[in-house]
Design a protein. Structure first.
Length: 283
Protein backbone atom coordinates (compact mmCIF):
# COMPACT_ATOMS: atom_id res chain seq x y z
CA UNK A 1 0.00 0.00 0.00
CA UNK A 2 1.19 3.48 -0.84
CA UNK A 3 0.45 6.53 1.32
CA UNK A 4 -0.12 9.69 -0.68
CA UNK A 5 -0.40 13.07 1.03
CA UNK A 6 -0.45 15.46 -1.92
CA UNK A 7 -3.73 15.99 -3.84
CA UNK A 8 -1.86 16.48 -7.13
CA UNK A 9 0.03 13.19 -6.71
CA UNK A 10 -3.25 11.50 -5.84
CA UNK A 11 -4.84 12.80 -9.05
CA UNK A 12 -1.81 11.78 -11.10
CA UNK A 13 -2.15 8.21 -9.72
CA UNK A 14 -5.91 8.24 -10.47
CA UNK A 15 -5.38 9.49 -14.04
CA UNK A 16 -2.85 6.75 -14.67
CA UNK A 17 -5.15 4.07 -13.24
CA UNK A 18 -8.16 5.29 -15.24
CA UNK A 19 -5.99 5.59 -18.36
CA UNK A 20 -5.04 1.92 -17.94
CA UNK A 21 -8.76 1.07 -17.92
CA UNK A 22 -9.00 0.42 -14.18
CA UNK A 23 -11.92 1.37 -11.94
CA UNK A 24 -11.43 3.02 -8.54
CA UNK A 25 -13.46 2.54 -5.35
CA UNK A 26 -13.13 5.26 -2.70
CA UNK A 27 -13.91 4.95 1.01
CA UNK A 28 -13.74 8.44 2.51
CA UNK A 29 -13.06 8.42 6.26
CA UNK A 30 -11.81 10.57 9.10
CA UNK A 31 -9.54 7.77 10.35
CA UNK A 32 -9.44 6.18 13.83
CA UNK A 33 -10.42 2.94 12.15
CA UNK A 34 -12.70 0.35 13.69
CA UNK A 35 -14.40 -2.70 12.21
CA UNK A 36 -17.00 -0.44 10.53
CA UNK A 37 -14.33 1.27 8.43
CA UNK A 38 -12.66 -2.05 7.64
CA UNK A 39 -15.92 -3.47 6.28
CA UNK A 40 -16.23 -0.44 3.97
CA UNK A 41 -12.76 -1.24 2.65
CA UNK A 42 -13.68 -4.91 2.20
CA UNK A 43 -16.81 -3.94 0.29
CA UNK A 44 -14.75 -1.54 -1.85
CA UNK A 45 -12.52 -4.37 -2.99
CA UNK A 46 -15.53 -6.07 -4.58
CA UNK A 47 -16.69 -2.92 -6.34
CA UNK A 48 -13.68 -1.87 -8.39
CA UNK A 49 -10.19 -2.88 -9.58
CA UNK A 50 -8.39 -0.56 -7.17
CA UNK A 51 -9.29 0.84 -3.77
CA UNK A 52 -8.42 4.18 -2.22
CA UNK A 53 -9.18 5.04 1.40
CA UNK A 54 -8.93 8.65 2.41
CA UNK A 55 -8.23 9.87 5.93
CA UNK A 56 -8.95 13.52 6.53
CA UNK A 57 -10.39 15.04 9.70
CA UNK A 58 -12.24 17.80 7.93
CA UNK A 59 -12.22 20.98 10.03
CA UNK A 60 -15.04 22.68 8.14
CA UNK A 61 -17.63 20.05 9.11
CA UNK A 62 -17.07 20.65 12.85
CA UNK A 63 -18.85 23.45 14.73
CA UNK A 64 -16.88 25.75 17.06
CA UNK A 65 -18.05 23.85 20.16
CA UNK A 66 -17.47 20.41 18.61
CA UNK A 67 -14.68 17.86 18.97
CA UNK A 68 -12.34 18.72 16.06
CA UNK A 69 -9.27 19.13 18.31
CA UNK A 70 -10.13 16.05 20.31
CA UNK A 71 -10.99 13.80 17.33
CA UNK A 72 -8.80 10.64 17.59
CA UNK A 73 -5.88 10.62 15.14
CA UNK A 74 -3.82 7.47 14.57
CA UNK A 75 -2.33 7.49 11.06
CA UNK A 76 0.34 4.82 11.61
CA UNK A 77 -2.13 2.38 13.20
CA UNK A 78 -4.78 3.16 10.57
CA UNK A 79 -2.25 2.63 7.76
CA UNK A 80 -1.35 -0.83 9.08
CA UNK A 81 -5.05 -1.75 9.28
CA UNK A 82 -5.82 -0.48 5.77
CA UNK A 83 -2.83 -2.32 4.35
CA UNK A 84 -4.11 -5.59 5.86
CA UNK A 85 -7.42 -5.01 4.04
CA UNK A 86 -5.60 -4.80 0.71
CA UNK A 87 -6.18 -1.07 0.13
CA UNK A 88 -3.93 0.16 -2.70
CA UNK A 89 -3.71 3.83 -1.72
CA UNK A 90 -4.18 5.62 1.58
CA UNK A 91 -4.79 9.27 0.75
CA UNK A 92 -4.05 11.44 3.78
CA UNK A 93 -3.84 15.12 2.87
CA UNK A 94 -3.17 17.92 5.36
CA UNK A 95 -5.63 20.74 6.10
CA UNK A 96 -3.35 23.13 4.16
CA UNK A 97 -3.43 20.76 1.17
CA UNK A 98 -7.22 20.64 1.14
CA UNK A 99 -7.94 24.25 2.11
CA UNK A 100 -5.02 26.39 0.99
CA UNK A 101 -5.11 30.06 1.89
CA UNK A 102 -7.80 31.84 -0.09
CA UNK A 103 -10.08 28.80 -0.33
CA UNK A 104 -13.60 30.23 -0.68
CA UNK A 105 -15.99 27.65 -2.12
CA UNK A 106 -18.74 25.76 -0.34
CA UNK A 107 -21.10 23.16 -1.79
CA UNK A 108 -24.60 23.34 -0.32
CA UNK A 109 -27.37 20.83 -0.86
CA UNK A 110 -30.62 22.57 0.10
CA UNK A 111 -33.71 21.06 1.72
CA UNK A 112 -32.66 17.74 3.22
CA UNK A 113 -29.77 19.44 5.07
CA UNK A 114 -32.07 21.71 7.10
CA UNK A 115 -33.49 19.02 9.41
CA UNK A 116 -32.33 16.25 11.79
CA UNK A 117 -28.55 16.68 12.33
CA UNK A 118 -28.66 19.86 10.22
CA UNK A 119 -30.64 21.61 12.97
CA UNK A 120 -28.20 20.97 15.79
CA UNK A 121 -25.05 21.11 13.63
CA UNK A 122 -25.48 24.22 11.45
CA UNK A 123 -23.03 24.22 8.53
CA UNK A 124 -21.99 20.62 9.16
CA UNK A 125 -23.35 19.23 5.91
CA UNK A 126 -21.87 22.06 3.82
CA UNK A 127 -18.52 20.96 5.23
CA UNK A 128 -19.24 17.33 4.36
CA UNK A 129 -20.44 17.99 0.81
CA UNK A 130 -17.55 20.36 0.12
CA UNK A 131 -14.87 17.93 1.25
CA UNK A 132 -16.49 14.95 -0.46
CA UNK A 133 -16.78 16.96 -3.69
CA UNK A 134 -13.08 17.75 -3.43
CA UNK A 135 -12.23 14.10 -2.73
CA UNK A 136 -14.26 13.02 -5.77
CA UNK A 137 -12.39 15.50 -7.97
CA UNK A 138 -9.00 14.48 -6.60
CA UNK A 139 -9.46 10.68 -6.49
CA UNK A 140 -11.86 10.32 -9.48
CA UNK A 141 -13.64 7.23 -8.12
CA UNK A 142 -16.04 5.09 -10.12
CA UNK A 143 -17.79 4.14 -6.89
CA UNK A 144 -17.75 5.53 -3.34
CA UNK A 145 -18.84 3.75 -0.17
CA UNK A 146 -20.27 5.37 2.95
CA UNK A 147 -21.71 3.88 6.14
CA UNK A 148 -25.48 3.92 6.65
CA UNK A 149 -25.06 5.02 10.26
CA UNK A 150 -24.77 8.56 8.87
CA UNK A 151 -28.08 8.09 7.09
CA UNK A 152 -28.74 11.76 6.41
CA UNK A 153 -25.18 12.28 5.14
CA UNK A 154 -25.65 9.40 2.71
CA UNK A 155 -28.97 10.82 1.41
CA UNK A 156 -27.36 14.26 0.95
CA UNK A 157 -24.35 12.85 -0.89
CA UNK A 158 -26.61 10.86 -3.21
CA UNK A 159 -28.53 14.06 -3.95
CA UNK A 160 -25.31 16.01 -4.60
CA UNK A 161 -24.01 13.37 -7.01
CA UNK A 162 -27.33 13.29 -8.86
CA UNK A 163 -27.75 17.08 -8.99
CA UNK A 164 -24.17 17.63 -10.19
CA UNK A 165 -24.31 14.80 -12.78
CA UNK A 166 -21.32 12.99 -11.31
CA UNK A 167 -20.92 9.55 -12.82
CA UNK A 168 -20.10 7.99 -9.45
CA UNK A 169 -22.05 5.15 -7.88
CA UNK A 170 -22.78 5.78 -4.20
CA UNK A 171 -23.14 2.67 -2.06
CA UNK A 172 -24.47 2.64 1.52
CA UNK A 173 -22.89 -0.02 3.74
CA UNK A 174 -25.09 -1.52 6.49
CA UNK A 175 -24.40 -0.33 10.03
CA UNK A 176 -21.71 -2.37 11.76
CA UNK A 177 -22.49 -2.99 15.44
CA UNK A 178 -20.64 -4.13 18.54
CA UNK A 179 -21.75 -7.46 20.01
CA UNK A 180 -24.21 -5.71 22.32
CA UNK A 181 -25.69 -3.74 19.42
CA UNK A 182 -24.04 -0.34 19.84
CA UNK A 183 -23.34 1.14 16.40
CA UNK A 184 -19.58 1.38 15.85
CA UNK A 185 -18.26 4.93 15.88
CA UNK A 186 -14.86 6.51 16.42
CA UNK A 187 -16.61 8.67 19.04
CA UNK A 188 -17.46 5.60 21.18
CA UNK A 189 -13.90 5.88 22.53
CA UNK A 190 -14.95 9.07 24.36
CA UNK A 191 -17.49 7.14 26.48
CA UNK A 192 -16.80 6.20 30.10
CA UNK A 193 -17.88 2.74 31.27
CA UNK A 194 -21.22 4.04 32.59
CA UNK A 195 -21.79 6.18 29.49
CA UNK A 196 -21.02 3.17 27.28
CA UNK A 197 -23.83 1.37 29.13
CA UNK A 198 -26.15 4.38 28.80
CA UNK A 199 -25.44 4.51 25.05
CA UNK A 200 -27.21 1.17 24.70
CA UNK A 201 -30.52 3.01 25.21
CA UNK A 202 -30.18 4.16 21.57
CA UNK A 203 -30.14 0.54 20.39
CA UNK A 204 -32.93 -0.30 22.80
CA UNK A 205 -35.11 2.45 21.33
CA UNK A 206 -34.41 1.18 17.82
CA UNK A 207 -35.26 -2.40 18.71
CA UNK A 208 -38.44 -1.20 20.42
CA UNK A 209 -39.64 0.78 17.40
CA UNK A 210 -38.93 -2.15 15.07
CA UNK A 211 -40.80 -4.53 17.35
CA UNK A 212 -43.83 -2.22 17.73
CA UNK A 213 -43.93 -1.70 13.95
CA UNK A 214 -43.89 -5.48 13.45
CA UNK A 215 -46.80 -5.71 15.90
CA UNK A 216 -48.75 -3.28 13.71
CA UNK A 217 -48.18 0.16 15.30
CA UNK A 218 -47.84 2.76 12.53
CA UNK A 219 -48.54 5.98 14.44
CA UNK A 220 -45.25 7.89 14.30
CA UNK A 221 -46.03 10.15 17.27
CA UNK A 222 -46.89 7.17 19.46
CA UNK A 223 -43.64 5.41 18.53
CA UNK A 224 -41.60 8.57 19.09
CA UNK A 225 -43.10 8.93 22.58
CA UNK A 226 -42.32 5.33 23.46
CA UNK A 227 -38.75 5.67 22.18
CA UNK A 228 -38.32 8.96 24.06
CA UNK A 229 -39.37 7.23 27.27
CA UNK A 230 -36.63 4.60 26.82
CA UNK A 231 -33.94 7.24 26.29
CA UNK A 232 -35.06 9.68 28.96
CA UNK A 233 -35.15 6.93 31.59
CA UNK A 234 -31.35 7.23 31.65
CA UNK A 235 -30.10 10.51 33.14
CA UNK A 236 -26.84 10.40 31.15
CA UNK A 237 -28.78 10.66 27.88
CA UNK A 238 -30.03 13.93 26.37
CA UNK A 239 -32.17 13.48 23.28
CA UNK A 240 -31.39 15.66 20.27
CA UNK A 241 -34.04 14.16 18.00
CA UNK A 242 -36.13 11.07 17.44
CA UNK A 243 -37.67 11.04 13.97
CA UNK A 244 -39.62 8.75 11.72
CA UNK A 245 -39.10 9.91 8.15
CA UNK A 246 -39.41 8.72 4.58
CA UNK A 247 -36.03 7.22 3.73
CA UNK A 248 -35.73 9.02 0.39
CA UNK A 249 -37.08 12.51 1.12
CA UNK A 250 -36.27 12.53 4.87
CA UNK A 251 -39.68 14.20 5.35
CA UNK A 252 -41.41 13.54 8.69
CA UNK A 253 -44.24 11.01 8.54
CA UNK A 254 -47.34 10.78 10.69
CA UNK A 255 -48.12 7.23 9.58
CA UNK A 256 -45.13 5.02 8.92
CA UNK A 257 -44.60 2.17 6.46
CA UNK A 258 -41.89 -0.21 5.27
CA UNK A 259 -40.05 2.70 3.63
CA UNK A 260 -39.74 4.62 6.87
CA UNK A 261 -36.54 5.08 8.75
CA UNK A 262 -36.32 5.71 12.47
CA UNK A 263 -33.42 8.02 13.37
CA UNK A 264 -32.11 8.88 16.77
CA UNK A 265 -29.48 11.40 17.89
CA UNK A 266 -28.58 11.92 21.53
CA UNK A 267 -25.80 13.16 23.74
CA UNK A 268 -24.50 10.57 26.16
CA UNK A 269 -22.55 12.64 28.65
CA UNK A 270 -20.91 15.08 26.28
CA UNK A 271 -20.60 12.64 23.37
CA UNK A 272 -23.07 13.01 20.52
CA UNK A 273 -24.14 9.66 19.05
CA UNK A 274 -26.47 8.79 16.17
CA UNK A 275 -28.13 5.58 15.07
CA UNK A 276 -30.98 4.52 12.80
CA UNK A 277 -32.93 1.65 11.34
CA UNK A 278 -34.79 1.26 8.09
CA UNK A 279 -37.93 -0.56 9.11
CA UNK A 280 -38.03 -3.11 6.28
CA UNK A 281 -34.35 -3.97 6.72
CA UNK A 282 -32.89 -6.98 8.47
CA UNK A 283 -30.15 -4.73 9.87
O1 LIG B 1 -18.53 10.13 7.54
C1 LIG B 1 -17.40 10.64 7.65
O2 LIG B 1 -16.47 10.06 8.21
C2 LIG B 1 -17.16 12.05 7.10
O3 LIG B 1 -18.28 12.84 7.25
C3 LIG B 1 -16.67 12.04 5.64
C4 LIG B 1 -17.71 11.45 4.70
C5 LIG B 1 -15.38 11.25 5.53
C6 LIG B 1 -16.39 13.46 5.18
O4 LIG B 1 -15.44 14.09 5.96
Amino acid sequence: MEIIHSPSQMTAWANQALGAGKTIALTPTMGAFHEGHLSLMRMARHQADLTVTSIFVNPIQFGPEEDFDQYPKSLAKDAAMAEKEGVEILFAPTVADMYPEGFQTLITVKGITDRLCGLSRPGHFDGVTTVVAKLFNIVKPTVAIFGRKDFQQLAILRKMVCDLNWDIEIIGHPIVREEDGLAMSSRNTYLSVTERQAALTLVKSIKHVRQRFREGETNAEQLRCEAAKILSDNDKVTIDYLSLVDQRTLNDQTVINHDSVFLVAAKVGTTRLIDNTVLFDEN
